[in-house]
Ligand binder design. Structure first.
Ligand code: C5P
Length: 193
């Protein structure tokens, strides 16, 4: 239900592989090419993504959850084409699992990094997700800004950390932001060790 292309996640995966990490990229449908040195697992639905991420979780040192997962799915799947009538059509939606929340609940030393795409109250909502999903840090952006978020090569973010720190960043290429995120991840991994 949004215009996410997967670009931010692909930039992070590419940069992590270049730094020598073993990278598993769980990806929904996109036109982007699999970065060099990355193992890609293709999924279509939020539930498939949940299963694929969970299957790797136990052996992972970190999860960076950049996917803009749909929060809802249609409650029923039609076996045959839905024929139109003159009136409106009402679809009932049901909740998808919140993958990152579940990872937060099952966390055993993994570093968890989330994103928060908001259109208002960015800081408050980001802080709330950081706590609720049990994350180490969260990368928040206002997707209403024209050069940030879905379908563009740049992003404009503020990063909030579990220890209360917050870091403002200028508008930058998603490839550069991937480097910033991985620097913080390396720092978190070192602290954990
Ligand atoms: O959608 P929301 O703003 O809550 O997303 C915050 C974080 O949670 C993101 O890192 C996103 O990848 C993750 N998320 C998820 N499963 C969902 C919805 C969001 O893992 N169903």
């Amino acid at each position: 239900g949004n215009r996410s292309t997967g670009r931010m996640g692909y930039e992070v995966a590419a940069a992590a592989a270049r730094r020598g990490a073993e990278v598993i990229l769980v990806s929904g449908p996109t036109h982007l090419e699999t970065p060099a040195g990355v193992r890609r697992v293709n999924v279509r639905s939020a539930r498939d993504m949940y299963a694929a991420v969970l299957a790797e979780y136990e052996n992972a040192d970190a999860v960076i959850k950049a996917a803009a997962v749909a929060d809802y799915r249609p409650a029923e799947t039609a076996e045959h084409k839905i024929k139109k009538t003159d009136g409106p059509l009402t679809l009932t939606l049901t909740r998808n699992p919140d993958i990152l929340y579940e990872l937060g609940q099952k966390k055993r030393g993994q570093i968890l990094v989330g994103f928060a795409a908001e259109t208002q109250n960015v800081e408050a909502y980001a802080q709330e997700k950081l706590a609720k999903k049990n994350l180490d840090f969260i990368v928040a952006n206002n997707v209403a800004e024209k050069d940030a978020g879905f379908g563009v090569l740049t992003n404009h973010v503020k990063i909030f950390f579990a220890d209360g720190r917050a870091e403002d960043h200028p508008l930058m290429a998603k490839a550069a932001l991937a480097g910033v995120i991985l620097d913080h991840l390396e720092e978190a991994l070192q602290k954990r060790a």
